[in-house]
Ligand binder design. Structure first.
Ligand SMILES: Nc1ncnc2c1ncn2[C@@H]1O[C@H](COP(=O)(O)OP(=O)(O)OP(=O)(O)O)[C@@H](O)[C@H]1O
Length: 247
């Protein structure tokens, strides 16, 4: 692939003698939507922790961008500044602030030296807020205090706050958890749209949700890639059925 954005190559991580990630190699393109599935303990969270610099591998390479730079020597904040955003399962919006205020804050925190140097009170920020709110389906809730949003709406707001930073790679951990069916469907739309212009990697257990994402799927098992391809392709794999689906 010549549009590879992230290349994880032969990475291993051992925790107290236990190999949580075992010679793992995964490439993510730009743009791309990718789902990562696999049984509990397969290494999905650790994989994301390696990309964001929270966990350091014992072996292997993590290469980023067109200049093929290594993320392994960077701090977590330097990695974030490269344009890697992460959405954790639990939303962390500012509950006392409205949707507009949360989005405005996220836009003002936008990464990059130019934004910091030349930031001034910006009349176009309102336009950007409305655009973001439309992207996450909250255009009618701009003046709602975030604390009274539904669980799903809070998740979308947090996705919007991450999109405000314009990441090249967005890592999303179990977005469907705790959502109603209607919220799941809207979340699918938000992620599919976001992935038209960037890389979005979604870790998710809910197979219906993964099916609706309609993207390439990587199955992890014991810290390695067990299968990769369309959902139909990987779910037809007998080992995938044995270790994950059949249980
Ligand atoms: N800091 C740590 N210290 C020791 N063991 C760890 C640590 N982090 C993860 N592990 C172990 O590494 C393995 C992989 O864990 P990880 O959380 O990445 O799996 P996962 O695929 O995200 O699982 P789940 O679906 O349950 O979230 C597990 O066996 C876990 O117990």
């Amino acid at each position: 692939m010549n549009n590879t954005l992230l290349e994880v190559d032969g990475v291993s991580v051992t925790f107290d003698g236990f190999r949580a990630i075992n010679n793992l190699s995964i490439q993510i393109a730009e743009p791309e939507l990718r789902a990562i599935i696999g049984p509990n303990g397969a290494g999905k969270t650790t994989f994301m922790d390696i990309i964001t610099g929270k966990t350091r591998p014992d072996e292997g390479k993590v290469i980023w961008g067109e200049r093929n730079i290594s993320l392994l020597k960077m701090s977590e904040s330097q990695i974030a500044q490269q344009g890697i955003g992460r959405k954790f399962q639990k939303p962390t919006v500012f509950e006392a602030q409205t949707v507009r205020e949360n989005l405005a804050m996220a836009l003002k925190n936008k990464r990059g030296p130019f934004d910091v140097l030349f930031f001034r009170s910006n009349p176009s920020i309102e336009g950007e807020i409305v655009e973001l709110a439309e992207e996450i389906g909250l255009q009618d809730a701009l003046d709602t205090p975030s604390g009274i949003l539904s669980h799903g709406q809070k998740q979308w707001l947090e996705i919007g706050m991450l999109l405000a930073q314009d990441p090249r790679l967005l890592l999303v951990d179990e977005p469907a958890a705790g959502m109603t069916q209607a919220e799941r469907e809207q979340t699918t739309e938000i992620l599919v749209r976001a992935a038209q212009t960037r890389a979005v990697v979604v870790v998710e257990h809910d197979m219906e949700f993964v099916r609706r994402l309609n993207c390439k799927v990587t199955v992890l098992h014991e810290g390695s890639v067990l299968a990769e391809g369309s959902l139909d392709h990987v779910t037809a794999n007998q080992t995938v059925i044995d270790v994950y689906l059949g249980r």
